[in-house]
Design a protein around this ligand. Structure first.
Ligand SMILES: C[S@@+](CC[C@H](N)C(=O)[O-])C[C@H]1O[C@@H](n2cnc3c(N)ncnc32)[C@H](O)[C@@H]1O
Length: 216
């Protein structure tokens, strides 16, 4: 049992490796900014709406979009009338593009593991098409959990499905991790105080909704 747990626990890479991966991503995504501009591939806008709906945002909520990129989710989140949307990314170029389009979002250039928002202030967290990219998942999920209100929802998602990552791996200059299956997700996220609430794993849609526990 312990062995099983250790096999599925996140490992923390060395500081230099995290910096190397993050710099490769900044360079890579700064050249790709317009790839994320509409029109998006067929079916993606509808699946993004499903992803945002799965968070069950209430009017007045505080929302954080991690690895927000050019802010593909921002107008969909705004439709639920949250109090504030924080948009976090390690790529400043992506955030400049986002701010021009959605001036109401509060952009923060940071690795989510170092994001310095207050304890228990956030209701909803999105990680859309971003989970595979996060170099230090251990510190990142610990920090996300710290910032979230108990009962809040975290949505890990991809609008092209889990297997899409395989097609990206071939040409990616930095490592990309697979999205977890449901049983793996439970083992990986429970240590950070999350319970899996909803899980969808279709050929072109991946959604894992985790709830921040009230205890711990
Ligand atoms: C594939 S893009 C997805 C962008 C956006 N969420 C979307 O759905 O279009 C992944 C983004 O995650 C960002 N990213 C990667 N690691 C990150 C980290 N540790 N903290 C914050 N952002 C990160 C990258 O810079 C990139 O903009």
């Amino acid at each position: 049992m312990i062995k099983h747990f250790l096999m599925h626990a996140y490992k923390t890479p060395a500081k230099e490796e995290i910096q190397r991966v993050n710099q490769l991503q900044r360079d890579f995504f700064s050249k790709l900014i317009h790839v994320f501009d509409p029109p998006l591939p067929k079916g993606v806008p509808e699946r993004l709406e499903k992803i945002v709906a799965s968070a069950k945002i209430a009017k007045g909520d505080v929302v954080l979009d991690v690895g927000t990129g050019t802010g593909i989710l921002i107008p969909l989140i705004q439709a639920y009338e949250p109090d504030v949307i924080f948009a976090c990314d390690i790529s400043e170029m992506m955030l400049v593009h986002l701010q021009n389009q959605y001036p109401y979002a509060k952009t923060i250039a940071a690795d989510v593991r170092d994001l310095d928002l207050p304890d228990q202030g956030i209701d909803i967290v999105f990680l859309n098409a971003c989970y595979p990219n996060i170099a230090d998942k251990n510190k990142s999920f610990r920090n996300i959990s710290r910032m979230m209100k108990p009962g809040g929802h975290m949505v890990i998602s991809h609008p092209m499905g889990r297997s899409f990552i395989d097609s990206l791996k071939k040409n990616s200059p930095f490592p990309l991790d697979d999205f977890p299956e449901k049983s793996e997700g439970k083992i990986l996220l429970e240590p950070y105080g999350f319970d899996i609430q909803e899980f969808i794993d279709e050929s072109k849609l991946y959604i894992l909704v985790a709830t921040k526990q009230h205890r711990g």
